[in-house]
Design a protein around this ligand. Structure first.
Ligand code: F6R
Length: 365
C-alpha cells in the first residue's frame, strides 16, 4: 500500500499533484460555476454579504490563507475563527454572512458544534469544505464542496490542506465573479494558473533532497521560529505546527513584522529561523525582518522562489522553487514546510504517521 514510500505521510505529500489535479477537474473543465458548491449555490451565493470561516488546526490555517483571497477578490469582509473558541464566545452574527467550515474528516466535534452555534446565532447559510463524503459536517450544511484528496491516513494533514486551499481559492474567485470584480479575462487567466498548479507542486516536491540536507541541522535543535507575511504567514503557522506535531521540536510562527514586538528576544545563534519569502509584494519588508534576525546571529533557512532576490551567505541558506506563481504561491510553499517536518522527524526517529498523543479525527472536546 505504501509503494516506494516509507510512511503514509511521505506518500500523501507526494500525492499532492494528483490530489490537486483531481480536485481541480470540475473547476478547470467548466470554469468557476456556482453549482460546484451544490445545487442551492445559485440561490444563496448572490445574497452573501460577508464570510465567516470556522475550523481547527491545519484546516484553520487554510481558512486564514483564504481570508486574503476572499477580501482581495470579492471585497466581502471575511473573518476566520478557531472553532473551539468561537463556540463559547458571545459572538455577533450577521445573518447574511456565509459560514464556511473547513474539515478534512467532516467529524471534528468543535467544528460541528461551532456550526450549530452559528446557526443558533442566526447565520442563514453554511458551506462545508470537506474531504470525507458521508460525514457529519457536510450533512449539516446547505452547500458542500468535497475535496478529492483521497483517504488521508497519516495523522498530520498534508494533501487535505492543499486541496482545501484549492477549494477556497475557487470560492474566492466565484464570489469575486458574483460581485462583478472578476471579469471573463481574469477568470481565464486564473484558470490557466490553476492548470499549472500540479506542475508547480511537482517542482516543489523535487526540492526534497535539498530539504533533507537541511533537516539534519534541525534534528538537534530544541526550538525553531517560522516567519512569513501576508499570504505566507499562514504557511509559516502550518510549518511550525507540522514540525512540532511530528518531530516534537518546539516551534512558533510569527508574522515577520511582529518580530521586534517580542520574539526577537529569542533569537541567538542557536535558533533556526525558517522564512517563507517568495517574491510577493511584501518581500522587501520580509528582507528587512531577515536582517533583524541575521544581526542577532540567528541562522536563516529561507524558502523562496527564483524571483526573490537576496544573497546566500554563511548564516543565510536558501532553497528556491523554480518560479513565482502569484496568488497561488501559498499552496506551492506548503510543500517545503511539510517536507522539512517529515525529514526532521525521520532524523529524530519519531513515529511520523502516528505522533504521540494525537488522533486523526478529533471527535471529542
Ligand atoms: C494537523 C492536523 C490537525 C487537523 C485538525 C482539524 O496536521 O491534522 O490540526 O487539521 O484536527 O481536523 P479536520 O480538518 O478533520 O477537522
Amino acid at each position: 500500500e505504501l509503494g516506494p514510500y516509507s510512511h503514509f505521510m511521505q506518500k500523501e505529500i507526494h500525492e499532492q499533484p494528483k490530489a490537486i489535479a483531481d480536485t481541480l477537474e470540475a473547476l478547470v473543465d467548466a470554469g468557476f460555476q456556482m453549482h460546484l458548491f451544490g445545487h442551492k449555490a445559485g440561490e444563496i451565493l448572490p445574497h452573501v454579504r460577508g464570510v465567516k470561516i470556522l475550523a481547527c488546526g491545519t484546516s484553520y490555517y487554510a481558512g486564514l490563507t483564504a481570508r486574503y483571497w476572499i477580501e482581495a477578490m470579492s471585497g466581502l469582509p471575511c473573518d476566520v475563527e478557531i472553532a473551539s473558541e468561537y463556540r463559547y464566545r458571545a459572538a455577533c452574527a450577521d445573518p447574511e454572512h456565509l459560514v464556511v467550515t473547513i474539515s478534512q474528516s467532516g467529524e471534528t466535534l468543535d467544528t460541528m458544534e461551532a456550526l450549530k452555534y452559528a446557526r443558533e446565532l442566526g447565520h442563514r447559510w453554511a458551506l462545508s469544505i470537506c474531504n470525507v463524503r458521508e460525514s457529519a459536517i457536510p450533512r449539516a450544511s446547505d452547500l458542500v464542496f468535497f475535496t478529492r484528496a483521497g483517504a488521508e491516513i497519516g495523522v498530520a494533514s498534508t494533501k487535505a490542506f492543499t486541496t482545501q486551499l484549492v477549494a477556497l481559492f475557487a470560492l474566492s474567485v466565484l464570489l469575486g465573479k458574483q460581485r462583478g470584480r472578476i471579469g471573463a479575462a481574469d477568470e481565464a487567466r486564473l484558470i490557466d494558473e490553476l492548470r499549472h498548479l500540479p506542475g508547480s507542486i511537482q517542482h516543489a516536491l523535487n526540492l526534497e533532497p535539498q530539504i533533507k540536507a537541511w533537516s539534519e541541522r534541525f534534528a538537534a535543535k530544541n526550538d525553531a521560529l517560522f516567519l512569513g507575511r501576508g499570504l505566507h504567514y499562514p504557511i509559516a503557522l502550518e510549518g511550525a505546527l507540522k514540525l512540532k506535531e511530528i518531530s516534537y521540536i518546539h516551534a512558533e510562527a510569527y508574522p515577520a513584522g511582529e518580530l521586534k514586538h517580542g520574539p526577537l528576544a529569542l533569537v541567538d545563534e542557536k535558533m533556526p529561523v525558517v522564512v517563507i519569502a517568495p517574491n510577493d509584494s511584501l518581500l522587501e519588508k520580509v528582507k528587512s525582518n531577515m536582517q533583524e534576525v541575521a544581526a542577532r546571529g540567528g541562522e536563516l533557512f529561507v524558502f523562496a522562489d527564483l524571483d526573490s532576490h537576496f544573497e546566500e551567505s554563511d548564516g543565510v541558506h536558501v532553497i528556491r522553487t523554480p518560479r513565482h506563481v502569484g496568488v497561488l504561491s501559498p499552496i506551492v510553499h506548503a510543500i517545503p514546510v511539510q517536507l522539512l517536518a517529515y525529514h526532521v522527524a525521520l532524523a529524530r526517529g519519531t513515529d511520523v504517521d502516528k505522533p504521540r498523543n494525537l488522533a486523526k479525527s478529533v471527535t471529542v472536546e
